[in-house]
Design a protein around this ligand. Structure first.
Ligand code: SF4
Length: 218
């Protein structure tokens, strides 16, 4: 299916409508500290938030500092996350990431995009998420699977490459809203613009959206 793009005025209108509709949208992973958040963010790749949130209380209780994780035995760490997909690989990445944090950053989760994306298991989306939610630093927009899907459907970006979608959205979305727009999209995707059968007749964007009436995942 091809992409139909909204013009800039309608794209901004669509964002404003979504922002108004989902004022309750918020970040979905539970955490108390930047250390918790980094571990949860690595665990969340290709895994539902509810699954991550159900495993992390015991994990966070056991491992509290970068040193704790850096010295963890892989098999023991896996025991805390074995309900999560790719647990072995994620355990490896968590231990490696915290070893780097311990050695290079004095045990503190770094506060820059450049440093975060160097860590195993952390890409630009996750780095944006950590900067925003742990430190209130807004450098960009986290582009997750819902942002990719809905940006195409609604006609906000014709790309499927996360970094290009991020650039397109950064032109349309006001900077003050960058920190929550991904959660707004996710709420809209879960409640209305569902993957298989979007509920277009109940959608606030039905007068604008080029995919109004779409029947299948697109
Ligand atoms: S009109 Fe339909 S396809 Fe477009 S955003 Fe709304 S629910 Fe999704």
């Amino acid at each position: 299916m091809g992409f139909a793009l909204l013009d800039e005025k309608d794209a901004r209108k669509a964002i404003i409508l979504l922002e108004k509709e989902y004022q309750d949208a918020k970040y979905y992973l539970s955490f108390k500290t930047p250390i918790d958040l980094l571990a949860a963010a690595i665990l969340s790749a290709q895994t539902r938030d509810e699954v991550v949130n159900s495993s992390t209380p015991a994990l966070f209780d056991k491992y509290r500092t970068a040193k704790d994780y850096s010295e963890a035995k892989e098999s023991e760490l896996i025991g805390y996350i074995n309900g999560i997909s790719f647990a072995a690989n994620k355990a490896k990445n968590i231990i490696k990431a915290f070893r780097i944090i311990e050695d290079k950053y004095g045990g503190k989760v770094p506060r820059s995009m450049e440093a975060l994306v160097e860590l195993p298991g952390i890409g630009r989306k996750t780095a944006n998420t950590i900067l925003i939610n742990a430190y209130g630093i807004v450098e960009g927009i986290p582009v997750d699977t819902w942002v990719i899907k809905l940006s195409g459907r609604i006609g906000l970006s014709k790309s499927s490459a996360p970094e290009e979608i991020e650039r397109d959205l950064m032109r349309i979305v006001e900077k003050k809203d960058w920190k929550r727009i991904a959660y707004v999209f996710k709420a809209h995707g879960r409640r209305i613009c569902q993957s298989k059968v979007p509920l277009c007749s109940r959608c606030r964007l039905s007068g604008l959206c080029p995919k109004n009436g779409v029947k299948k995942s697109a």
